[in-house]
Write a protein that binds this ligand. Structure first.
Ligand code: ZN
Length: 313
């Protein structure tokens, strides 16, 4: 039997309504790097925008399908309802002041379990947490002039799954995906991959009654890291043999992927670390130009003409 044990979070993908305000918010307000400007490979008439650290490293990535005109979704059970990034321990007050000055909807920093958390919403209402984490030594992206490197976002910290019941999801996380329970407080349980560092944490918030509606302003899926394609191929077979309905391996150009649903309904993806975002443009130019996979390149003119113009930093 093969152990299916991801090494951490790979990315989170959510649904935005307006690509320009999405780019402006995540690059200018939060200070992430736009590392790829491409289209949704399954629906190439809309953008797929990737944000992360300088390289677009796995576990730094938040990505968006931008669907202008999409209805507004609703948070609820069967969804990933919060995405947490880590920042240095002393930075929460600085971020709170920054968001207040920028008019970003934000709450006062609060303590949740052993962590200090600042919660805010993006222009579509997506919930993002900044978590003070002194043990995170990733460098983040220091390419935004008014965000000092000492305060920059380091990368993904944790996701929060909202569920009706804890047990079915917990069973998949522990027995199938090799995570360990590291804490439980009230309706919130924490699961960790490996040693449970920043970027390898899953919180499950249970007892949520109403199901969510996946549309604008909600998370579409969450992805976990596979070290390489051979390992993921074994995991795909293992998941299938244990009765999980899992897709074939799909080519996402910057990684290879499989998808399946956890029992509460959240769409999970497992994605390879390689080849990464420098496969089709130099590191210095990541995100500046519309990139298409080889199979869509023959249709570039029609695809580009159908997309709204985008000013990138
Ligand atoms: Zn994905």
């Amino acid at each position: 039997m093969t152990d299916v044990t991801p090494r951490g979070l790979h990315h989170v993908t959510a649904i935005a309504t307006d690509p320009q305000s999405n780019v402006d918010f995540y690059t200018q307000a939060l200070g992430l790097r736009l590392v790829k400007q491409t289209v949704n490979f399954d629906a190439p008439d809309s953008y797929h925008l990737y944000y992360g650290d300088e390289h677009g490293s796995p576990a730094s990535l938040l990505t968006f399908f931008a669907w202008p005109g999409v209805q507004r979704g609703r948070q609820g059970a069967g969804m990933s309802t919060a995405t947490a990034f880590s920042v240095p321990g002393s930075s929460l007050g600085w971020w709170h002041d920054r968001f207040t000055a920028l008019g970003v909807t934000t709450e006062a920093p609060q303590t949740r379990g052993a962590e200090d958390v600042l919660t805010f919403r993006d222009p579509d209402g997506i919930v993002i947490d900044l978590v003070a984490s002194d043990g995170d030594h990733r460098s983040g992206w220091d390419g935004v002039a008014d965000i000092p490197a000492e305060h920059a976002v380091r990368g993904l910290h944790a996701i929060t799954l909202s569920e009706r019941q804890l047990d079915p999801s917990a069973t998949m996380l522990t027995e199938l995906l090799g995570m360990s329970v590291t804490g439980e407080e009230g309706d919130r349980a924490r699961f960790a991959m490996g040693g449970g560092r920043s970027g390898a944490l899953v919180d499950v918030f249970s007892g949520v009654k109403d199901r969510g509606l996946q549309a604008g302003g909600t998370v579409h899926h969450v992805a976990f890291r596979a070290p390489d394609l051979d390992t993921m191929t074994l995991w795909q077979q293992e998941l299938s043999s244990r009765g999980v309905s899992v897709t074939q391996i799909l080519d996402r150009q910057y990684f290879k992927s499989i998808y399946f649903r956890e029992p509460g309904g959240v769409l999970f993806e497992i994605a390879t670390d390689a080849p990464g975002f420098a496969i089709d443009e130099p590191l210095l130019e990541l995100g500046r130009h519309l990139k298409l996979p080889p199979w869509l390149e023959p249709s570039r003119d029609q695809i580009a003409a159908a997309l709204p113009p985008l000013d990138v930093p």
